[in-house]
Ligand binder design. Sequence first.
Ligand SMILES: [Zn+2]
Length: 47
Amino acid sequence: MVVLTKGFYVCEECKFKYKEKTIAQKCENWCKKHKSCNLEVTKHAIN
Ligand SMILES: [Zn+2]
């Protein structure tokens, strides 16, 4: 997981950005395990 200076957290697998660290971590765990995205998690992503 990458932490941006703006206070966003980026999933290193899918590159989605999140405001919540816990959600970004959840996304990364999911992406690494399943090699796909979980819509329940990515809906929290910031564009
Ligand atoms: Zn991800």
